[in-house]
Structure formats: C-alpha cells, structure tokens
Design a protein around this ligand. Sequence first.
Ligand code: GDP
Ligand code: IMO
Ligand code: MG
Length: 432
Amino acid sequence: MPLNIVIGAQWGDEGKGRITDLLAAQADIVARYSGGDNAGHTVTIGSEVFKLHLIPSGIIHPAVTCLIGNGVVVNPRVMLQEMDALAARGVNVTPACLKLSENAHLITPAHIALDKAVEQERGGDAIGTTLRGIGPAYTDKVSRVGLRAGLLADPEALAEAIYAHVAMHNKTLRQIYGAEPLDATAVAAEYAAYAQRLAPYLVDGSVWLDEALRNGRTVLAEGAQGTLLDIDHGTYPFVTSSSPTAGGALTGLGVGPREVGQVLGVAKVFTSRVGSGPFPTELTGEMAMRLRGTGANPWDEYGTTTGRPRRVGWLDLLILRHARRVNGLTHLALTKLDILSGLPELPVCVAYEVNGRRLEQFPTDLRLLARCRPIFHTLPGWSEEITHVRRFADLPANAQGYVTFIAAQLGIPVSIISVGPARAQTIWVGEE
Ligand code: GDP
Ligand code: IMO
Ligand code: MG
C-alpha cells in the first residue's frame, strides 16, 4: 500500500521524528498532516542533531519530497526560519523538494497574542500550551474566518485579509483581555514579505498527492503530537486543537482510506507528558529523575519546542490499547528501550482501579481519569547496556520479555525498537 502513517501513541514526543527519518529512506514523499510548530521532532544523524518543528522529518533525505498538508497550521515566519537554518546546514530546501498546501491555515501574531492572553486568563487551569498560536489558528479555521496559505499567492487579497483579521482580533485582545492591540500595517507588511518567498512552494496538496500515488510513489504521513493530545480522542481539554490520530491524516492530506497500508504507532517504553492534566502512572522524586535525565544528554526529557521538563511515568498499556483502537494501529515502534537498562524492576500499568472497579480501557472522562489508580504488572529488568544491540535475539532475555509482553497485550507486532537516538541504533524486528 502506498500510504503509511506514523502516529504518536501517547502524549507526544514518542520519537516520531527519528522513526519518520528511518522510514523516509524507503519513501518518495513525507507529509505532515496536523499541528504546527508546537511539534518538535528530533532527527539525529551522526553528530548532527536536527530539531524540526514544521518541516517534515523527511527533508534530510535528498531523494524525498516533503509536503505540509492542509491540516497543518503554518507560522510563515517559523517556516522560513527553519528553511534557512536547514539550508545553512547544507540541506536542500527548494520548491522542488518542499510543498505547502494552499489550504493549510496561517498562524499570525494575533493568534500568538490570543494564545498567551487565553492561557493567562485561565490562570491555574491553564492548558500549558506551547504558546505558538495553535489553538486560536484552528479556532479561526473552524469559525470560518481563518487565513489560508493560498492567500500568499495573491498580495492584494492577503493584505485585505490581514487588515480584517487584525481588526477583528484587536477587539478581543483589547476589550476582553486588556492586551496590547497589534499594528495591522506592520503585520500586513511582514506577511507580504513572507508571501514573496513562500508563494513558489504552494500546491493543491490533495491533487498533488493523488497524482503522486497514481504514479506509484510511496507516501509517509508524519504525525505530530500524539493520540492523547487529539481534540476528540485525547484527554480533553488538556489536548491540542487538531486531530493527530489516523483519521486526521486522511482529512489533513486530502486522501481516502483505501490508500492506507501500515499505521505505525510510536510509543516510548515509558510515558511522558508536557503540560497539565491527569497522568495516572506519573512518577515523582528519584525515579522520575532517572527516567527524565538531568538534561545533560540531548535525548533527556526536556521539551524540544519549549525546553520544559517533561513529566514522566511508567508505561501505561491502557493508553496504548486506546491508541491501537482509535488509530487502527497495525504495528508498533518502541523507542528509548536503552533508558530502562539498569532498572531492576519494570512496572507496567495493565489496568486502573477506580471506586473499587477494575478498568481495562482508558476512560475519556477526565474526572474519572483523575481518580484512576494504576494496577501494575511488574516485569524483571536487565542490567546490560543495549545501545549497541542491532538484533532482537541479541537483547538481554528480560528486554526481549518486556517487548514481547507489550506486543502480546496489544495484539499487534512490534516492528521497530530503538536503543539510542542515532539512525543505526535500530532493531528491525523480524528482519534478522
Ligand atoms: P517526537 O516529537 O515524537 O519526534 O519526539 P522528540 O524528538 O520530541 O523526543 C524524542 C527524544 O528522544 C529526542 O531527543 C530523540 O533524539 C530521542 N530518542 C528517540 N529514540 C531514542 C532512543 O531509542 N533512545 C534514546 N536514548 N533517545 C531516543
Ligand atoms: P510533538 O509533535 C508534546 C501539548 C502542549 C500542551 C497541549 C496544547 O513534538 O510530539 P498547543 O500549543 O498544541 O495548544 O498545546 O499539547 N503539545 C505537545 N506535547 N509533544 C508535542 O508535539 C506537543 N504539541 C503540543 O504541551 O500540553
Ligand atoms: Mg517532540
């Protein structure tokens, strides 16, 4: 099947960027379908570390063409900065290898100002957003007042739309939040300059992809965020404003379900979360420090976009069951297995206990979730360093047992295991 989808199975930061980079070697096209520069995807190639926010993680492969799909919200300033930073590092970023869907929506300084104002207003109930203007941009899209990227090809229409957009949001900023209004002329001038540079990248994403698929090209859809940050299937309201799940890949690219082959869920072998909201297997104290790391290593658990320390906890199989179901996952990629080396025991959450009842499916009601206590099945750990292992059979028996337990619990195969951030630190299960 020509379209494979990579999805975050937890709360984001599962290692989607590094898995996408691996699979991109066998793809013609890599396409982002949701979110915006709230994402931070790390790709490690030798001593070089790339942190990508908007540009698909396939960009580093010279033979791959990348698409930013209609489901994405694009801050043109960030997109250009990222393109320039990549070009400065020798990565080819031209309209031949990067396309921007005309129906993607633009993020503006008004969206960013609103994101900040709304979060401040929520005080102790803040979502803990990335303050990139994501929620307000999707709100405008759904309210049918958004600015589509296609405007970048029409300077007059763009200027007119920006004036109306800033005037509308200035009212809210001033009258509701008492915030500083924006200067529409300055924003219009800024966006006119972005338009000049970005217009050559515009395509009708759905038509372009369809043609590629008809010509036998293979497409990898790169998810951003994760299943539990999905606006419908996540821990609402502590979610993002888009659909990072598999359905979102179809609407966010303009393709139909018949094109889909593999749906690969990427899961860390423990759990992490950035921002607020319940987290049943969350750890504090020394064990949390052990899983998070101190920040000395590039892979330690500090946000790629915001630098915030990530909350961490044991692996939660209810989350993965939920991800398997809502995405129709066909395979799993497990990342960061190396981090568990040296831990004598590995508790895995197999069910929750709430009000004397045992739950095996992740509850979508947040009030219920907040009262859930994890029920653990504890597996034996291993002491060996495994960052050099390349074959499943060469993993310590207890590491094999940990992986096999997860696959058996979910009823889907684990096809990839990573034991370090580098490309080579990968075990292709079943291909030995
Ligand atoms: P994404 O948002 O899902 O792409 O994930 P992030 O890039 O935000 O976070 C994943 C972090 O883990 C990055 O720093 C990766 O380089 C790192 N990483 C990915 N896989 C592994 C692995 O198997 N072992 C280790 N130690 N680090 C990994
Ligand atoms: P990647 O693609 C982890 C979280 C934010 C916040 C919530 C809403 O790197 O996995 P938003 O700015 O989207 O309105 O914030 O969602 N969040 C992420 N957490 N990884 C991400 O992306 C995230 N993108 C958004 O921390 O809790
Ligand atoms: Mg990330």
